[in-house]
Write a protein that binds this ligand. Structure first.
Ligand SMILES: [Zn+2]
Ligand SMILES: [Zn+2]
Length: 347
């Protein structure tokens, strides 16, 4: 029997490298060789705080790029060696959100790295419902494995911006200069917006240089509310995107948006610290639109990998560390400590 190395999540702060049998495809299934799997903020939260959806032992990791290794009977349209990314959510197409055109919000969703074993292993089984659902998406030839693994987080940013209706010349302020903030920045630029970025870490802000933000605000030393108002002739931002888990950032964003502006709650907050105070009159009189966003659709995954292939969004500079399965937990720690930007695992 062929065996593989897998990083198995056994519980909070407990990931064990195990030898496991390489999965064998049942009819309708596909086995991928994992070529790259990026570490998501969610993986870090699962590692340190657990997640009710997970029943350990399970292999986490949902930002998967891989090559087709084995194909079960009855699967068409794929051949061994094909490079693909995996749309992580398998949806029912039958519930209210699915029927309303929001499959990312499917109430019966099952996802890699949650209910299915994920990508922190040498091989991953793609169940028949995912193969049939079209969750394997071809990677363009000019895109590297590491870059392809960032298609999933980029697709979530595309989903986040779908209702922002960004226009040329609008001022967008992004709170959080991590990889997600920098993806949002590039997407907003594609729409012709003027984009500024706020972070409490001068080290992180220094890494934004190659993306040439129109302005940066170091909120550890300056008041972002004042700065944003100053740079918009007192009007405030047209759009604010919250890509960090600091309530303070949300409060600041609320204080420096213009009349008729939109605020996107992109980041998830810690379960026990997610309640904020909000002045209803402020939202009312200023006609502020508050938007949420979560996960992405397969269509947005396709768009993401196309943007990467066409060079419209540059993800290579976002990858600041590559680790192996053996050093996965170091990678998780680096993400937690915000050392660098995106960490990718090469099994
Ligand atoms: Zn992710
Ligand atoms: Zn559904």
């Amino acid at each position: 029997m062929n065996t593989m190395k897998a990083a198995v999540y056994r519980g909070i702060e407990d990931i064990v490298i195990e030898e496991r049998p390489v999965p064998v495809p049942a009819p309708g299934e596909v086995i991928l060789k994992v070529e790259a799997c990026a570490i998501c903020g969610t993986d870090v939260r699962i590692y340190y705080h657990g997640n009710d959806r997970l029943k350990p032992p399970i292999i986490i990791g949902h930002e998967i790029a891989g090559s087709v290794f084995q194909i079960g009977s009855g699967v068409g349209g794929l051949k061994v060696g094909d490079p693909v990314v995996v749309g992580p959510g398998v949806v029912c197409n039958d519930c209210h959100p699915c029927r309303s055109g929001n499959p990312n919000l499917c109430v019966n969703k099952r996802a890699f790295g949650y209910e299915y074993d994920g990508g922190f292993a040498e091989y991953v089984r793609i169940p028949s419902e995912a193969v049939k659902g079209g969750n394997l998406i071809r990677i363009p030839d000019n895109v590297s494995w590491e870059e392809a693994s960032l298609a999933e987080p980029l697709s979530c940013c595309i989903n986040g911006q779908k209702n922002l209706t960004l226009r040329e010349g609008q001022t967008v302020v992004i709170y959080g200069a991590g990889p997600i903030g920098l993806m949002h920045m590039q997407l907003a630029r594609m729409r012709g917006a003027r984009v500024g970025i706020v972070d409490v870490s001068p080290e992180r802000l220094a890494l934004t240089g190659q993306f040439r933000p129109d302005f940066t605000i170091d909120s550890s030393t300056t008041d972002p509310v004042k700065e944003v108002l100053a740079t918009t002739s007192g009007q405030g931002a047209d759009v604010s995107i919250i890509c960090c888990t600091a309530k303070k950032a949300l409060e600041q964003a609320l204080q420096c948006t213009c009349r008729g502006s939109k605020i996107l709650f992109f980041a998830g907050f810690p379960k026990n610290d997610s309640v904020i105070a909000l002045d209803a009159n402020y939202v009312h009189y200023k006609e502020i639109t508050l938007l949420g966003s979560f996960a992405s659709t397969l269509e947005q995954m396709k768009l993401a990998i196309r943007y990467i292939g066409d060079g419209l969004v540059k993800v290579k500079p976002l990858i600041t560390q590559v680790v192996s399965l053996d050093t996965l937990t170091h990678g998780i720690q680096a993400v937690r400590k915000q050392q660098g930007l995106k960490v990718v695992v090469k099994p």
